[in-house]
Design a protein around this ligand. Structure first.
Ligand code: NAD
Ligand code: DAU
Length: 345
C-alpha cells in the first residue's frame, strides 16, 4: 500500500508523513513548497527512510492535473490524504486567490484523477472553520456550514466537493474536520508559534481584540493519530470531527506561554481585531469517539512541550522569520501596533 500525502512538508502533513514512515508504510509526498512548506520538517525521515525507500518526495502543485495523474499511475497509489492547502486565515483576508486555487481547484484535480485509478481511500483534511462561529454548544457533523472568511469558505468548497464525489461516483472519500492544531514545526505566522517566538525575542505579542475568542486546541500528534485511525475505522462518505476538548480563551493561552517562558505580561498588546473573526470554535466529537478514538494529550502538557521545542530549535524558526515572513509580518502588523516601540522587525 502506498499513501500519497499532499502538503507533506507542511506542519501537520510532515507529522503525518513521519508517523506513516515510522510505521514502515511507503509514502509519496507531494508538496509545492510554498512559503509554508519546509523540507527541513522531514529531515529525520528523509534520512532514515532513504535506505528502505519508504519516502519519495515530489515538489509540485496539486492543481497540475498531469503531474497528479503521473504520480497516481507510476507510484501505485492506494490511499490519498490531502493536507495540501493555503491554511492561514489572515493571508486569505488580504488575498484569497491562491486559496481558491489550492483549497478548491486542487481538491477537484485530486478527485478527478482518483476516479481514473484504483484509489481505496481518499481522506480530505477539512477544518472546523467550515461551521463558522459556535454561538452555543458544539458543532455536530450534520450541522450547517457557515464559513465566515475566504480560507474557511474555500475549505468548505473542497469539503463538499469531496463529498459529492462519494455520492456521485462512489469514490471512497472520508472528510475530517479538526480543530486548532499546535505542536512542533508550526509556521510562526500562527497564534501559538508566533507568540512563543516573539516572546523569546522580547517582542510584543499582538493579541487580536479583547483576546476573549475561544479556540479548541488539539495536539498535532493526537490529530495525526485520529487520521491514521480513520484510515482503517472510518466509513466512506462520512464526515468526522476531530477535536482536542481543550477550549481556551486566547488571552489565557497567551499568559500561559509567557508564564512558561518567565516573561512579563506587558509583552501582550491588544491590537485591531481580525475582520470577520470567529468568536468561538467547539466540536462535538462523539461520532469519532464512539469508534474508539480519543485525544490523549492534555493541553497544558502539550503546550509546555511545544514551548520547549521552540526554545531548543531556534535555528528552525529564526531562518523562517528572517525570510519572506518579515515582509508579511510588517504588512500584517505594522498598522495594528499603536506604539512605535513594538519592535516590528
Ligand atoms: P501548512 O500551511 O503548514 O502546510 C500546508 C502545506 O501545503 C505546505 O507544505 C505547502 O507547501 C503545501 N501546499 C500549499 N499549496 C499547495 C499546492 N497547490 N500543491 C501542493 N502543496 C501545496 O498547513 P497545516 O497547518 O499543516 O494544515 C494542513 C491541512 O490541515 C490543511 O488542509 C488545513 O486546512 C488543515 N487543518 C489545519 C488545522 C490547523 O490548526 N493547522 C486545523 C484543521 C485543519
Ligand atoms: O480551527 C482550525 C483552523 O485553525 C485551521 O483550519 C487553520 O488552518 C488554522 O490556521 C487555525 O485557524 P485560526 O484562525 O483559528 O488560527 P490562528 O493561529 O491564526 O489564530 C488563532 C486565534 O488567535 C484566533 O482567534 C486569532 C488569534 N490571533 C492570531 C494571530 C495570528 C491573535 O490574537 N493574534 C495573532 O497575531
Amino acid at each position: 500500500m502506498t499513501i500519497l500525502i499532499t502538503g507533506g512538508a507542511g506542519f501537520i502533513g510532515s507529522h503525518f508523513t513521519r508517523r506513516m514512515v515510522n510505521q514502515g508504510r511507503r509514502v509519496v509526498a507531494l508538496d509545492k513548497l510554498t512559503y509554508a512548506g519546509n523540507l527541513e520538517n522531514l529531515k529525520d525521515v528523509t534520512e532514515d527512510a532513504k535506505p528502505s525507500n519508504l519516502l519519495r518526495f515530489y515538489t509540485g502543485d496539486i492543481c497540475e492535473q498531469r503531474l497528479v495523474e503521473r504520480i497516481l499511475s507510476e507510484e501505485s497509489i492506494d490511499t490519498i490524504v490531502n493536507f495540501a492547502a493555503e491554511s492561514h486565515v489572515d493571508r486569505s483576508i488580504s488575498s484569497a486567490s491562491t486559496f481558491i486555487d489550492t483549497d478548491m481547484k486542487g481538491v477537484f484535480v485530486l478527485l478527478e484523477a482518483s476516479k481514473q485509478f484504483t484509489i481505496n481511500k481518499f481522506i480530505q483534511i477539512s477544518t472546523d472553520e467550515v461551521y463558522g462561529t459556535a454561538h452555543q454548544g458544539a458543532f455536530k457533523e450534520t450541522d450547517a456550514l457557515n464559513p465566515s472568511n475566504p480560507y474557511a469558505a474555500s475549505k468548505a468548497g473542497g469539503d463538499r466537493l469531496a463529498y459529492a464525489y462519494w455520492v456521485t461516483y462512489k469514490l471512497p472519500v472520508i472528510i475530517t474536520r479538526a480543530s486548532n492544531n499546535y505542536g512542533s514545526h508550526q509556521y510562526p505566522e500562527k497564534f501559538i508559534p508566533l507568540f512563543i517566538t516573539n516572546a523569546l525575542e522580547d517582542k510584543k505579542l499582538p493579541l487580536y481584540g479583547d483576546g476573549k475568542q475561544v479556540r479548541d486546541w488539539i495536539h498535532v500528534d493526537d490529530h495525526c493519530e485520529a487520521i491514521d485511525f480513520l484510515m482503517t475505522h472510518g466509513e466512506n462518505g462520512e464526515v468526522y470531527n476531530i477535536g482536542g476538548g481543550n477550549e481556551r480563551y486566547n488571552i489565557d493561552t497567551a499568559y500561559f506561554i509567557l508564564d512558561e517562558l518567565k516573561k512579563p505580561g506587558t509583552l501582550i498588546e491588544h491590537v485591531k481585531d481580525r475582520e470577520g473573526h470567529d468568536r468561538r470554535y467547539a466540536l462535538d466529537c462523539a461520532k469519532l469517539m464512539s469508534l474508539g478514538w480519543k485525544p490523549k494529550i492534555r493541553f497544558e502538557n502539550g503546550l509546555s512541550d511545544t514551548v520547549k521545542w521552540y526554545i531548543n530549535n531556534q535555528s528552525w524558526w529564526k531562518r523562517i522569520k528572517n525570510g519572506e515572513f518579515m515582509e508579511y509580518y510588517k504588512n500584517q502588523y505594522s498598522h495594528r501596533f499603536a506604539s512605535a516601540d513594538s519592535q516590528i522587525c
